[in-house]
Design a protein. Sequence first.
Length: 305
Amino acid sequence: MKKELPEQIRFMANKRAVQNTTSVSVAGKVCVVTGATSGVGLQAVRRLAAGGSHVVMVCRDRAKAEKVSEEIISSTKARIDIVVVDFSDLDQVRTAAATLLRDYPRIDVLINSAGIHSTTRTTTKAGFETVFCVNHLAPFLFTSLLLDRLRASTPARIIQVNSEGHRFSGFHLDDYNWEHNHYTGLKGYGASKTAQLLTTWEFADALAGSGVTINAMHPGDVRTNIGNNNGLLYRLFKRFFISPLMLKDPAISGHALYWLVAAPEMAGVSGRFFHLTIDEKPAAHALDRATGRQVWDLSRKLVGL
């Protein structure tokens, strides 16, 4: 009899598993995608546009977004809009959310894909550790500000693009800004993704019965631009040692996100973590609901809710 892997390391098999797919149309659905000009976010935009969605690209670089959107529109004839925001600035996040609430009477899908990895500790102008801000606080605030519109647009779905990297580190409630503990890129990234998962379960509870679902997913071992903000040494290490280990076609992420967004069998599924499209158990520290409630309260306080 074949012995199954322990739950906590089943991701090793899940990344090789046959993934779920769907061809169900998302025509007419308004899908908001952050981090939309590269990597996982861009793949989501491409697949959603091909499925007929009205896509709103939320990103930092308007010129890059315009170039990308023109190329996608030419091949799909989809409607694509652009909202510019830097997720390291929570004031800009509030402005972007206000723009969406002003311009879109309904929002059917929100995909939080913007994210960074940094080998050194830096801080935003507001004093937050940058990776924690971009990967957790900003999407937490953005999602919170859009919740009522999503509720009014039911059925609606929220997808948090998370990572198996959450397994690298728990979350330090007493040192979320990494002012005392030794910071490394893997620990900082892992802590930010753990914080996002812990609050995802809280969002799921708050949304229960509303017609809005929220799930998190690891987008696969795909080549993206994440980490390219770091120095030359890291970029060389990534190019020659990390990237060759990654799957060559990042489109796998777009197809997985599309399944999570469109598949009829995902209707009503909420508060889960997926490795691409395979339901998976996260690390134990990301399932601690008592800590999660504290991270929820801390996050609301830090973003001013």
